[in-house]
Design a protein around this ligand. Structure first.
Ligand code: SF4
Length: 268
């Protein structure tokens, strides 16, 4: 695959210490299956447990530091830590460098290691639970992050009544590659720049009734967006960016990518 170089983000990289992201996805699938088997949970039960536990970032961090035998959550987090630590490369350095006021103004940027582990499994579980219903929807929309575009050229995307869409000016641009794959599968790709998620979704539901949503974003943003769609009872699926490298995290825009093979699997 051209233009598929390993990227390191501010807090995470799905490449880990390899040259591709395939190992990350096979690890996440395997860990999710192990948790379901170990605790005899359904996918839905495990999802609810992780969503509830991950609301309190300090509690989750404490459980990760605990002796794994002391609690069920501690056992789960320590098990995830053994395998996933390689993907969360810069988290402690990032958290140490953030100013105190961010604890009030931007809590998502302060997501800690234990929350990352939980969110990674959460995304996998929501995809498993929603994929069939998403694919059966009359109208399917995908919201792509602007930071996935080619950064070396001026983007030619234009807006319609929903938001910006890609004009496919550059073959190497990841938004172009992703948009093409999505359109081949009858999913309408938009570059999410201006519209508010809540009002967009209610407009689409009024118009099409049966609406499926796909998101691509960094792990934290994606998890929050998927939860919002779940609250609105919309079948949502999502794919994380290979690293978090946008201006919000890095102070400027840097090239990014997404696993196109995993995207094909998710939408077919
Ligand atoms: S290919 Fe699309 S998203 Fe990429 S720079 Fe061109 S118009 Fe923008």
């Amino acid at each position: 695959m051209d233009n598929y170089n390993p990227f390191i983000g501010k807090t995470y990289t799905l490449f880990g210490d390899t040259k591709s992201t395939g190992q990350y996805y096979s690890t996440i699938r395997s860990l999710t299956n192990q948790l379901i088997d170990q605790f005899s949970w359904s996918e839905q039960d495990l999802l609810l447990y992780l969503q509830k536990s991950s609301r309190n970032r300090r509690f989750l961090a404490r459980e990760l530091r605990q002796n794994p035998l002391k609690s069920r959550l501690g056992t789960i987090l320590n098990h995830l830590h053994e395998t996933l630590t390689t993907y969360i490369s810069g988290i402690e350095k990032h958290l140490r460098s953030e100013p105190l006021y961010k604890f009030i103004t931007d809590k998502t940027i302060l997501t800690n290691r234990a929350q990352y582990y939980s969110y990674m499994i959460e995304i996998e579980l929501i995809n498993r639970l929603n994929k069939k219903r998403f694919l059966e929807c009359n109208y399917k929309i995908a919201l792509l992050p602007y930071c996935l575009r080619e950064t070396q050229t001026e983007c030619k995307s234009v807006t319609d009544e929903i938001d910006y869409y890609c004009r496919k000016c550059l073959k190497s641009c990841f938004i172009n590659k992703v948009s093409t794959l999505l359109q081949e599968n009858n999913i309408h790709p938009y570059i999410w720049r201006t519209i508010r998620l809540k009002s967009l979704l209610s407009q689409l539901v009024q118009k099409y009734h049966d609406v499926g949503v796909m998101g691509i974003a960094c792990i934290v943003e994606l998890t929050m967006g998927m939860r919002s769609c779940q609250k609105a009872d919309l079948p949502v699926i999502g794919l994380p960016l290979n690293a978090n490298r946008c201006i919000r995290w890095m102070g400027d825009f840097y090239e990014n990518s997404v696993d196109l093979e995993e995207l094909k699997l998710l939408i077919s």
